[in-house]
Design a protein around this ligand. Structure first.
Ligand code: ADP
Ligand code: F6P
Length: 324
């Protein structure tokens, strides 16, 4: 028989993402409507192990839907990767009467949710990361805001790049994932995009591209470089020396993780937060909420973690072709 859930906990873990507050708000309010008690677990799994657990009421999430970051704070916690840490976490949940936990984070955080589920605490995970690098879902909380923030910043760099007829290397976030680079590449009309999933470190190809684009009358050359490749400043110096074209590097950095969430991030995060509560009420556990083919769906966490996300070859080619 499915376990009856009376009290749920909610935490945010890993890198923060705009829209996490909208998800927390939805979890709290949906749970209260369903007659459940809600506890906020601060600072991810680190806060769980430190018993930083607070009662949450409807007013605890007032005035938060429009705010970036996470009101529960977030952390990375090595202790929770260990078996002892996970057992301690499950015991602390039991001590506080928490029968179900909603984890908002990336696939590292999902592994923590998987471990808690195996120890008898029902868990539902929500994909919260600006990187869009979770295979089971076409949407992750925060990507839309982050990519729009990056796009607006790149437009500004492009203005000055065109005025000075320069090459600009703009580094966007994504240590292991090139989705922000791919999307801004298309949205900002970049001449080259360098993605961790497929860059071959052939700088001569970039040099040749810059020279031939100059000949074809291009007034700037925008290279979007993903953080995972990095080294934008030294790359700029080498490219300038090889092409004779003035080259500047701009690293956008953590500004991409902050700011007021877009409408899409508020709406999708709200729906996902409410759905997570409803899944717990149905007795489900070890599930991750995703968005696929126009619908909000849920997957087994083990299956979700086994899926692999590829960068679309076609979209990469479109980006290249449209910047000619
Ligand atoms: P993200 O959730 O954004 O992918 P991380 O990979 O840093 O971010 O993971 C966030 C946290 O999730 C880690 O600091 C750790 O506490 C927990 N975590 C990651 N991997 C595991 C694991 N294998 N088992 C249990 N917890 C994990
Ligand atoms: O996972 C989100 C992300 O912003 C990645 O794009 C980036 O590589 C990483 O987090 C940066 O992490 P930190 O905040 O620890 O510098």
């Amino acid at each position: 028989m499915a376990k009856e859930i009376k009290t749920i906990g909610v935490l945010t873990s890993g890198g923060d993402a705009p829209g996490m507050n909208a998800a927390i708000r939805a979890v709290v309010r949906e749970a209260l409507v369903k007659g459940l008690k809600v506890k906020g677990i601060k600072r991810g799994y680190a806060g769980l192990l430190q018993e930083e657990i607070i009662d949450m009421e409807a007013r605890s999430v007032s005035d938060t839907i429009q705010r970036g970051g996470t009101i529960l704070q977030t952390a990375r916690c090595m202790e929770f990767v260990t078996e002892e840490g996970q057992k301690k976490g499950a015991e602390i949940c039991k001590k506080h009467g928490i029968d179900g936990v909603i984890v908002i984070g990336g696939d590292g955080s999902f592994k923590g949710a998987q471990k808690l589920a195996a120890l008898g605490i029902n868990t539902i995970a929500l994909p919260g990361t600006i990187d869009l690098d979770i295979a089971c879902t076409e949407y992750t909380i925060g990507f839309d805001t982050a990519v729009n923030t990056a796009m607006e910043a790149i437009d500004k760099v492009r203005d000055t790049s065109t005025s000075h007829e320069r090459c600009s290397i703009i580094e966007v976030m994504g240590r292991g994932a090139g989705y922000i680079a791919l999307w801004t590449g298309i949205a900002n009309g970049a001449e080259d995009i360098l993605l961790p999933e497929r860059y071959d470190y052939d700088e001569q190809r970039l040099v040749n591209n810059i020279i031939s684009n100059k000949k074809r009358g291009k007034q700037h050359h925008i290279i979007i470089n993903a953080e995972g490749i990095g080294h934008s400043a030294s790359m700029a110096r080498r490219i300038e020396a090889a092409t004779g074209v003035e080259t500047r590097a701009t690293i956008l950095g953590h500004m991409q993780r902050g700011g007021s969430p877009t409408c899409k991030d508020r709406v999708y995060a709200s729906i996902m937060g409410a759905l997570a509560v409803d899944l717990l009420c149905q007795g489900k556990s070890n599930r991750v909420v995703g968005y696929r083919h126009g619908d909000f769906v849920d997957f087994d966490i083990d299956e979700a973690l086994a899926m692999k996300k590829e960068i679309s070859e076609y979209q990469f080619e479109v980006c290249e072709n449209l910047s000619k």
